[in-house]
Design a protein around this ligand. Structure first.
Ligand code: UN1
Length: 503
């Protein structure tokens, strides 16, 4: 198995007509752990300058009609279609996800482009009945300003696109701080966007910019008073830092933070379907999705049928180079992720769990990369470790006897992102979907919790942060609402019937 990330990278950069000199800020491929390129990091002063440039771009862009703004996003979607495979390979190289999922991630960008193009003709407000004669009351939605996007390594390009494509049609400028673990995929996206902007011909300069760097760069973005909205995807710890700082200056936040997603498998479930859904949701992306399935509640009556089948899948799932066909589980992002996984498994053992898998693989071939056998852990009960999000492929399996008990255990997690139930019993499905059911932002029946499509609003409750990105009416995050009352009468009736006659 010979593989050299630098060689692969050079081929991709050539295809994208990009040049990445070795910079101070080096990117490593989790595939072999080797450095394969670098970018120059920004300084906090450069962030401030970039915000000023973005603000100038916004002032020009906000007056371009929205359907025309949609044309730029349409062209960007075309460029993404042209470069889908190249960008997908770069995502796999830098984030370690399998090529199928890299392609899926770029497809998610294309899908949100299409969605945003349609949306560019649908940015409408309400007309509301007014109590005053000869008046009209309505809502107008206006562009918001500079949108700061902070994104995580695991979806290094799609999450930016969910935000940016909506922001562009809404008339905003975007400043992106990508994860310091995936700077090159971000740089590639910026280059592709610039290609689309050149075809469009009339986009203001600096409509889309990147500031690369670590925490202090994110902080400079978060604290800048001209960043109207900070959309941050990542850990709950990061969100706890971002939210109060943006609130202190009365800025807006859109948070998409941690998840500790669960599935309930009921006695009537189609177990063959459930088995496939559980595998994709728990071991896909090497357990590094915010929507990854981490807790599985299996009814007593089917536990002995389902769990041995899952263990069999876990033992056999192909782990290896994510660019090779047939691999289903790529590497963890880095050694710290591996260490965190081992700490969690030790803790699970101490809390009575029976652990299978979790060991390091392929170390002799790639000593600087971190491949693992996904872990499946039978727990006697839901305990502290199962209620902690560990960003690695660990599935905690627990038994339940009644659906009420399963729902209570399901909702006991501090986060509230994605959830699902497998059942063919209509009453159970509807209860899970009801106000007394799952408390998550995404609630599914007979599909797993991960792999949402872009048309729905994406996000969750509690420590997940409450934000909704992507489809449905998430566009409203990127605009400001004005309520307009227009008097076309020859009188001045006051609301609430107030008499204010000047003598
Ligand atoms: C994330 O992990 O941050 O629903 C996003 C999904 C993907 C997005 C995941 N469409 O799993």
């Amino acid at each position: 198995m010979s593989f050299d990330s630098a060689v692969e990278a050079q081929a991709l950069f050539g295809r994208l007509a990009m040049d990445f000199p070795e910079g101070a800020f080096v990117s490593r491929s989790p595939i072999d752990g080797a450095a394969f390129g670098g970018v120059a990091p920004a300084s906090p002063a450069e962030v401030a300058a970039a915000v000023e440039r973005a603000q100038a771009a916004f002032l020009a862009w906000r007056s371009v009609p929205a359907p025309r703004r949609g044309e730029l996003v349409r062209l960007f979607g075309t460029v993404l279609r042209e470069e889908k495979e190249t960008l997908a390979r770069l995502v796999s190289l830098e984030a370690g996800k399998i090529l199928q999922e890299g392609l899926g991630e770029v497809q998610e960008m294309i899908d949100i482009c299409d969605f945003a193009v349609g949306l560019s003709r649908q940015l409408y407000g309400l007309t509301i009945a007014t109590e005053r004669p000869g008046h009209r009351m309505m809502e107008t939605w206006h562009p918001l300003g500079v949108v700061g996007v902070i994104s995580a390594f695991n979806f290094p390009v799609a999450v930016w696109a969910w935000n940016a494509c909506l922001a562009f049609v809404c008339g905003d400028a975007v400043l992106w701080k990508p994860s310091e673990k995936t700077p090159l995929a971000a740089a590639a996206v910026q280059a592709l966007f610039e290609r689309a902007a050149a075809r469009f011909g009339a986009a203001p300069d600096h409509l889309s910019q990147i500031v690369q760097g670590a925490r202090e760069i994110g902080e400079a973005l978060v604290d800048h008073p001209k960043v109207a909205l900070v959309s941050a995807t990542g850990s709950t710890r990061m969100g706890r830092m971002v939210a109060p700082r943006v609130a202190a200056r009365f800025g807006r936040v859109l948070l998409e933070l941690g998840g500790n997603n669960a599935m309930v498998v009921a006695p009537s479930a189609d177990l063959a379907l459930a088995e496939r859904a559980i595998a994709f949701a728990a071991v896909g992306t090497a357990g590094q999705r915010c929507t990854t399935l981490r807790r599985l509640f299996v009814h007593d009556d089917i536990y002995e049928q389902l769990v041995p089948r899952l263990k069999q899948v876990w033992r056999n799932v192909p782990v290896g180079n994510p660019l090779e066909q047939g691999t289903l589980v790529g590497p963890l992002i880095d050694g710290a992720a591996f260490a965190a996984m081992q700490v969690a498994l030790d803790e699970a053992r101490r809390q009575g769990g029976a652990v299978e898998g979790g060991e390091r693989l392929l170390e002799e071939i790639w000593p600087n990369a971190f491949y693992v056998r996904p872990a499946i852990v039978e727990m006697p009960a839901q305990s502290a470790i199962t209620l902690t999000e560990t960003f690695a492929p660990i599935l905690y399996v627990m038994r339940y006897a009644t659906l009420d008990e399963a729902i209570a255990a399901h909702n006991a997690a501090p986060q509230g992102l994605a959830s699902s139930i497998f059942t063919n019993d209509l009453r159970e499905a509807e209860l899970f979907l009801s106000a007394a059911g799952s408390d998550c932002g995404i609630v599914n029946v007979n599909i797993g919790p991960s792999g949402a499509e872009i048309g729905g609003a994406f996000g969750g409750e509690k420590e997940t942060g409450g934000g909704r990105e992507s489809g449905s009416d998430a566009w409203r995050n990127y605009m400001r609402r004005a309520t307009n009352t227009i008097n076309y009468s020859r009188d001045l009736p006051l609301a609430q019937g107030i008499d204010f006659s000047i003598p």
